[in-house]
Design a protein around this ligand. Structure first.
Ligand code: A3P
Length: 288
């Protein structure tokens, strides 16, 4: 099958071109956030869809109706994708907005905003493996080649949305510049989903009863989301995402990278991590 490999380069960052146009990227960086907005920020493959589901369920006090009837991209559109403008125009309630954009492109737009920003980070070895498999099934992304090829491109930042290091460092070194900011990791969500959902609900000032929390937690578990066509991307046509080549809801684990990385590749990533994260106090969990 022919791949839809079109790339838009914007501010030196590569974007999959069929979803991102110069206009949509300009719309994003000039966006007017509202104080009632909730903004999910992630580097790809870090738990974006999971957070979209958690927030939907928290705002619905555990009721899964919206999560089971509206695709995630319609209820929490990607700011930088061309369709966002229309979704937001039609939206009536408080808006949930998703973005993979690096901090510097949104810094100005967020400056005076009281929008609630949730940054989800995931250890880069698991991101790398997840992103590699995603490239194999997503026909709008370039063929990743071998894992070793992809790893080298990833470490150079020569992948869609650019460098993981710049993304994580950019957002987490400016937490004080953002009025309402919550940092949460994929690993802590895996370790204790109950506490994580509670943390998100408190941040959103939407306190849930214990029963509502349990309901929310049940519907955003990996197994539940894997079966939910509104978030497992099986609604997307095969020419865009080929589910015969892999599943979007793939493994959902911490430490799965160990099944792919060689020891040498792991050491290389550790070295690059040490050199790129010298100013960071973040601690990632690499295995469960
Ligand atoms: P894997 O490929 O490692 O399985 P994103 O939404 O940012 O693209 O991230 C996708 C990754 O999050 C995939 O990782 C997917 O399986 C995982 N994921 C999504 N929902 C999850 C959940 N409820 N629990 C654990 N992992 C989840």
């Amino acid at each position: 099958m022919a791949r839809l490999d079109v790339t838009e380069t914007f501010h030196n960052i590569m974007f999959p071109g069929h979803m991102h146009t110069k206009d949509s990227l300009n719309y994003a960086i000039n966006f007017q956030f509202q104080d009632t907005d909730t903004v999910i920020v992630t580097y790809p493959k870090s738990g974006t869809t999971w957070m979209q589901e958690i927030i939907t369920l928290v705002l619905g006090k555990g009721d899964p109706t919206i999560a089971q009837t509206q695709p995630n991209w319609a209820r929490a559109p990607w700011l930088e994708q061309y369709y966002c403008v229309d979704v937001l125009k039609a939206s009536t309630g408080p808006r949930i907005i998703t973005t993979h954009l690096p901090y510097h492109l949104l810094a100005e737009a967020l400056q005076d905003s009281k929008a609630k920003v949730i940054y989800v980070a995931r250890n880069l070895k698991d991101v790398l493996v997840s992103y590699y498999h995603f490239h194999k099934m997503a026909n709008f992304l370039p063929d990743p080649g071998t894992f070793s090829d992809f790893l080298n491109d990833f470490l150079k930042g020569a992948v869609h949305y650019g460098s993981w290091f710049d993304h994580v460092n950019g957002w987490t070194s400016h937490t004080k510049d953002i009025h309402n900011f919550l940092y949460i990791t994929y690993e802590e969500m895996c370790k204790d989903l109950h506490v994580s959902v509670q943390k998100v609900s408190r941040f959103l000032q939407c306190n849930l009863t214990e029963d509502e929390l349990m309901l929310a937690q049940k519907h955003c578990s990996f197994n539940s989301m894997k079966e939910n066509t509104m978030v497992n991307y099986t609604l997307i046509p095969q020419e865009i995402m080929d589910h015969s080549k892999g599943k979007f809801m793939r493994k959902g684990k911490v430490g799965d990278w160990k099944n792919t990385f060689t020891e040498e590749q792991s050491r290389l990533v550790d070295d690059v991590y040490s050199s790129q994260m010298t100013d960071s106090s973040l601690l990632f969990k690499w295995e469960c």
